[in-house]
Design a binder for this molecule. Structure first.
Ligand code: MEV
Length: 319
């Protein structure tokens, strides 16, 4: 018996951090995926392998424990929390094929969580809907990170481009038929998402009169971006990305390396560029219908960069 599923990573165009406080956000799924295969094994434990990261571990689901044979355990916490929700703790081998850079703002943990929940629920003959998987995936992120919005797990489950309305009350699929890739520059992240979300919370608590209106403005900015996306006014959209980068700087999640990439992308012809994801290292996204190769190479010269395309496929069960 075996079950397989895959889910995409994401890039946030507008609304990271503000979304944690109920503001709207816009994100796209990208053509970088996590593929999870679960198969029965003859041992008496749950084994996990992530070949491309050289990680191998044993999970003791009943005692809530991960025993690492090799590699960094961070992402395995999401696997354990996912199993606890849909798996009966019987011995299985979990093989993870991760095409998404981890800790770089691409939502690798959400993709691994969504695909693990899907594969494990199929393995256990539980027919969960995508909505149920997205809900459980959000619970998993909350329990690992303490605070998280449903943004990453929603986009990884449903794919395409998504507008998540204020307080996650509505999920609107957007028609984004961009034929050019997004250029993503990335640097190693020094702090994880949970810590960066906490850092923003502390700043909000210390300066509520300054940070609360800023978060309100970030919400208005995302709503304005939605309007420009619908009207296909991309140069205005680029300008909003630049403003959004400034807001994220005010929240305290910018770094010198990220800003260096943002300014390099703008100087090389991007319509706009900003931090994407939690920041603190991690990634920037540049909107560049033209000059994308030039921008890619300029970013590679100073840090690292890749191109990603919007993926219209979200979670997929693989036969
Ligand atoms: C991380 O990809 C996005 C944040 O807004 C956190 C969250 O939404 O849970 C920083």
């Amino acid at each position: 018996m075996e079950a397989k599923a895959s889910a995409p990573g994401k890039v946030i165009l507008f609304g990271e951090h503000a979304v944690v406080y109920g503001k709207p956000a816009i994100a796209v799924a990208v053509d970088k995926r996590a593929v999870i295969k679960i198969s029965e094994n003859k041992e008496d434990t749950i084994k996990v392998y992530i070949k491309n990261l050289n990680i191998s571990a044993t999970i003791d689901q009943l005692n809530n424990h991960i025993i690492i044979d090799n590699g960094n355990p961070g992402i395995l916490k999401y696997v354990l929390e996912s199993l606890k929700r849909v798996h009966d703790a019987s011995p299985v081998t979990i093989e993870i094929d991760l095409d998404i850079p981890i800790g770089a703002g691409f939502g690798s943990s959400a993709a691994v969580t969504v695909a693990t929940l899907a594969a494990a629920s199929k393995y256990n003959h539980k027919n969960l809907t995508k909505k149920e998987i997205a809900q459980k995936a959000h619970e998993v992120e909350l329990s690992v990170q303490n605070s998280a919005s449903p943004l990453d797990t929603t986009i990884s489950t449903f794919g395409g481009a998504v507008y998540l309305a204020a307080n996650a009350e509505e999920i609107k699929k957007l028609e984004l038929n961009w034929t050019y890739p997004l250029v993503i520059g990335f640097t190693p992240r020094k702090e994880d998402t949970g810590k960066l979300v906490e850092k923003v919370r502390l700043r909000k608590e210390a300066y509520p009169d300054i940070i609360n209106p800023l978060l309100d403005a970030m919400g208005i900015l995302t709503e304005t971006a939605l309007k420009f996306i619908i009207e296909k006014k991309y140069s205005y959209l680029g300008e909003l990305m630049n403003i959004n980068h400034g807001f994220l700087d005010c929240l305290g999640v910018n770094t010198k390396e990220l800003s260096n990439m943002v300014y390099t992308a703008r100087k090389t012809g991007a319509l706009g560029a900003k931090i994407t994801g939690a920041g603190g290292g991690g990634s920037i996204v540049a909107l560049c219908p033209e000059n994308n190769l030039k921008i890619l190479s300029a970013l590679k010269n100073i840090e690292d960069a890749i191109e990603v395309n919007i993926s219209h496929e979200g979670l997929e069960f693989i036969d």
